[in-house]
Design a binder for this molecule. Structure first.
Ligand code: HEM
Length: 118
């Protein structure tokens, strides 16, 4: 079970890398647009994150920090809202407001920081 949990964590990290990587491509030298790959990464990170939020496959004596996970879930929902609003504006032919575009990258980094540091 512990190995399976590590595999789910690996999938969670692939989701994070997909989201942050696709955002970084747009941010640095790209058109600063919201892309479908960002939503794919967020979905992978979210589904695997929810699986990791349940207390299974933990080493003996280890416990889950629910405040930390709850905070990450709220931030994930905000990123999802930013992606949704951004892509809707793009479909209408409008540009994505900088605060919205940069918010996606900053909040993704914040979530990775919370995971690693809290
Ligand atoms: C954009 C959203 C997210 C990003 C960028 C992200 C990033 C990360 C990273 C980098 C790690 C590895 C840290 C380590 O192994 O110490 C991690 C672990 C983890 N994440 Fe996420 N995560 C996100 C969303 C979520 C969500 C929504 C949940 C749960 C509802 C979640 C639950 C977990 C859990 C349980 C772990 C295992 C290690 C720990 O307890 O922190 N994550 N996440």
């Amino acid at each position: 079970m512990e190995t399976l949990r590590h595999i789910v964590l690996f999938i969670h990290l692939i989701g994070f890398a997909t989201l942050f990587g696709s955002w970084a491509v747009q941010a640095f030298g790209g058109k600063k647009q919201i892309t479908g790959l960002m939503t794919v990464g967020l979905t992978i990170a979210g589904v695997a994150g929810l699986a990791l939020a349940a207390p299974w496959g933990l080493p003996t004596g280890a416990s889950i920090n629910y405040a930390k996970i709850g905070t990450k879930l709220v931030i994930l929902l905000i990123i999802g809202a930013l992606l949704g609003i951004g892509s809707a504006r793009q479909k209408r032919g409008d540009s994505v407001p900088p605060v919205l575009f940069w918010g996606v990258g900053v909040l993704t980094a914040v979530n990775a920081g919370i995971a690693a540091i809290w």
